[in-house]
Design a protein around this ligand. Structure first.
Ligand code: HEC
Length: 112
């Protein structure tokens, strides 16, 4: 039982570690957003498709896998794109994507 508990503990640390190493930097995410996303999503809107804004209600309605993890779902859309939104997986680093996802999550939960 003791061994099982320590194995579980170690596994939990293992799962949590990437979050410590890559704690998202929302302020930097805001800069990434201004440089890369605001051309289409200024103020959380969407100039190309006004039904797909970054407001919480639209993320809930349209963003794939949003229900199972907000930042992960945003990061997936940024990495892979979704036509006509371009993919940024080759343009932004994983850290930039994590930061901009944290920024979008924070802004959408406060209503932009
Ligand atoms: C060239 C314009 C453009 C740029 C630049 C762009 N997007 Fe988008 N984005 C779109 C469009 C268009 C959609 C809707 C796609 C669809 O039809 O589902 C979208 C959808 C999204 C969604 C899902 C919204 C919803 O309601 O379904 C998220 C999240 C998102 N973009 C985040 C970002 C982030 C973060 C960046 C910057 C890294 C970014 N986008 C850059 C055009 C853009």
């Amino acid at each position: 039982m003791r061994r099982l508990l320590s194995a579980l503990f170690a596994f939990t640390i293992f799962l949590a570690a990437p979050a410590w190493v890559m704690a998202a930097d929302t302020a930097h995410g805001g800069q990434v957003f201004s440089n890369t996303c605001a051309v289409c999503h200024a103020g959380g809107g969407n100039t190309l498709n006004p039904d797909r804004t970054l407001q919480k209600a639209d993320l809930e309605a349209y963003l794939t896998n949003y229900g199972s993890g907000h930042e992960a779902a945003i990061a997936a859309q940024v990495t892979n794109g979704k036509a006509p939104m371009p993919a940024f997986g080759d343009v932004l680093s994983a850290a930039d994507i994590a930061d901009v996802a944290a920024y979008v999550e924070s802004m959408s939960s406060s209503g932009w």
